[in-house]
Design a protein around this ligand. Structure first.
Ligand SMILES: NC(=O)c1ccc[n+]([C@@H]2O[C@H](COP(=O)([O-])OP(=O)(O)OC[C@H]3O[C@@H](n4cnc5c(N)ncnc54)[C@H](O)[C@@H]3O)[C@@H](O)[C@H]2O)c1
Length: 246
């Protein structure tokens, strides 16, 4: 049987690490891209199916380099998981040119460049793109103008690409998590003067289910959406937020 290949960005922490391990544990070969060499190497040491690429993915050139490394290592691509992202907390007046550009570049630009690189390879494998957006790509959130704009853009990029490539049997879907217990959630709390325990207490209390989502639960949704069981799921933006965006 052919081993399917998944490329995951932002794999050296949080949701990306959980996705890399979930896919590797379910038979995929994985190209895990991270910025932190030490942490990415530590991830690879947890599973022999994981290879790594280290670097910043903010330019189209670096995205092309990553795709080339994946194809050189494995010879094919079945699943692209655009997960790398940054959270930036600011209203419009507080959002500098630099903050705006960086947020849009990482959260939207990187996903676009990699998706464009992936299409020729996914055409051959009838593969899938999964964009890790946010429930703040579906509804607005306070003090996160650039972040919401980038994630809302990612949701509609998902839908546009899904329509363009459905006839080639390439599926494109977005996952829209609410709060997930990862370093991003801790740093968002820290920016408001909260320690980890307080940040978690606040986030748990804000969820209709009384708790935040785990990175492993997001990874399980990735596994399903990447699989043939989800052959008819295309152009969807699926919240995984305990009902928060309902
Ligand atoms: N944690 C949450 O509550 C939450 C909620 C909704 C959506 N998300 C989304 O989930 C995704 C993963 O976030 P996470 O929660 O695991 O946080 P995280 O901070 O642990 O992970 C983000 C990853 O993106 C990588 N990254 C950032 N900028 C990059 C760049 N320029 N080049 C390459 N990699 C870069 C980081 O190195 C890191 O590994 C993000 O897109 C985030 O917006 C997270």
């Amino acid at each position: 049987m052919t081993t399917k290949v998944a490329l995951i960005t932002g794999a050296s922490s949080g949701i990306g690490t959980a996705v890399a391990l979930k896919l590797a544990n379910n038979g995929y070969s994985v190209m895990a891209a991270g910025r932190n060499a030490e942490r990415t190497k530590a991830l690879a040491s947890q599973h022999k199916a994981i290879r790594t690429w280290t670097g910043d993915l903010v330019t189209s050139t670096s995205c092309a380099d990553l795709m080339a490394a994946c194809i050189e290592a494995f010879g094919r691509l079945d699943v692209l998981v655009n997960n790398a992202g940054i959270y930036t907390a600011a209203d419009a007046e507080q959002t500098s040119d630099e903050l705006w550009s960086r947020t849009i570049a990482v959260n939207l630009g990187t996903s676009f460049y990699l998706s464009r690189e992936a299409i020729p390879h996914l055409r051959k494998t009838h593969g899938a793109i999964l964009n890790i957006a946010s429930d703040w790509g579906l509804v607005g959130g306070k003090q996160a103008v650039a972040y919401c704009a980038s994630k809302g853009g990612l949701v509609l990029m998902t839908k546009a690409m899904a329509l363009d490539h459905a006839h080639e049997y390439i599926r494109v879907n977005a996952i829209c998590p609410g709060d997930v217990e990862t370093p991003m959630l801790y740093s968002e709390g820290a920016a408001r003067g909260l320690d980890r325990a307080d940040a978690m207490r606040e986030a748990d209390a804000a969820s209709p289910t009384g708790r935040v989502t785990t990175a492993d639960e997001v990874a399980s949704l990735v596994l399903y959406l990447a699989s043939d069981d989800a052959a008819q799921v295309n152009g969807a933006a699926i919240p995984i937020d305990g009902g928060n965006s309902a």
